[in-house]
Design a binder for this molecule. Sequence first.
Ligand code: AMP
Ligand code: MN
Ligand code: MN
Length: 322
Amino acid sequence: MNRIINLLRNSHHILVVAHNNPDGDAIGSLIALGLSLDVLNKKTTLYNESPIPAVYRFLPSANRIVQHINNTHFDVAVILDCSDLKRIGDAASMVSKIPVIVNIDHHVTNTRFGHFQFIDTSACATAEIIYRFIKKMGVPINKDIATSIYTGILTDTGSFRFSNTNRLAFEICQEMVEVGVDPYDIAKQVYGTYSLGRIKLLNLALDSIEITNNGKLSIMTLTQDMFDKTHTRHEDVEGFINYARNIEDVKITALIKESCNSKGDKGGVNTFHISLRSNGTVDVASIASTLGGGGHPNAAGFSTESTLSDIKSILFEIAEKV
Ligand code: AMP
Ligand code: MN
Ligand code: MN
C-alpha cells in the first residue's frame, strides 16, 4: 500500500478507471479515489467506458467521469474493481501503454495484471480498500467522499445481505454516517427509483424464469426485444437476479442478457452477458473463469458470442454436475 501511495504522490496526471457496465462499487470507488487525489492536488481523469447508470448519477462529481480519453500523457493508471484489464473495455489497449498500471481489486479471479497490485479478496468491496488507502494517505473524509464509499459498500454487499458482508462494512459505513451520510437518502436514490418501464421489464423477467429438472439451477433471460418493448436498458436489470436466486432449493442462478448493440440476423448469434450467483454451496467464480469471465465465489459473470439455445445447453450441463 505504501509503495502505491508514494507512487501516486509522485505522479502528475493519474487516470482512474473502473469496469464497464459499472455497478455502485465501480462508480463509488472511482469517485472516492478521484476526490481524495484532488485533496493531494493531483491532476486526475476519471474514466468509464459506459454511461453512468441513472441510479448512480446522484453521486457527487459523477459528471466528472468521462466516456472518452483525449489526453494520453498519463504517468499512472489506477484500475479499480477489475479482475482483468479487459474489464475496462476498448480502452485496455491504450491504457496498457501507460508507463505504470496499478490494480486495486477484491475479486478472487484477479489476474494480477499491472505493475503494482493491491488485491484483497476478503474486502467486501473495492470501496473498502479505497477507504483504507484514504486513511493511510491521511486525507480527511468529507461528505462527498463518504457518500461514494458508503454507496460502494452498500451495493456490493446487497445492502449488507451477501456473504461478503464483513465487520468493516458496518464499521466503515457507521463512520460515513458520522461524517454526514444519510442512509435513507442513499437508499431512496439507489433502490427507490423505478421507472414504469423497469417494472414492466421485471414482469417479463419473472415470466422468463426456468428451472432445470433437478431444481438446482434457475435461469432468467432478458432479450433485446424485451428491452426495446419496455424502453429500458441493461442498467435497469440491477437486482432482478435475486428473484431467481431466492427460489427454494436453487443453488445456482444465471441471468442471461442479450447485448443491445449486436442486433442483426446472424443466425441467432449475438453477444450475451451471463451473470451467475450461488447460494454458497457452488463456486461460480471458477465456473465463470472456465467460460472466459470471473468474479467472486458467490457472484460472477462472463460474456460470450453465441446463441441463446447454446448458452442454455451449457447451463443445463453445469446443472447436471451440481
Ligand atoms: P455481474 O455479472 O455484472 O452481475 O457481475 C458479478 C460479478 O462478476 C462482479 O463482481 C463482476 O465484476 C464479475 N464479472 C462479471 N462479468 C465478468 C467478466 N466478463 N470477467 C470478469 N469478471 C466478471
Ligand atoms: Mn463491480
Ligand atoms: Mn466490487
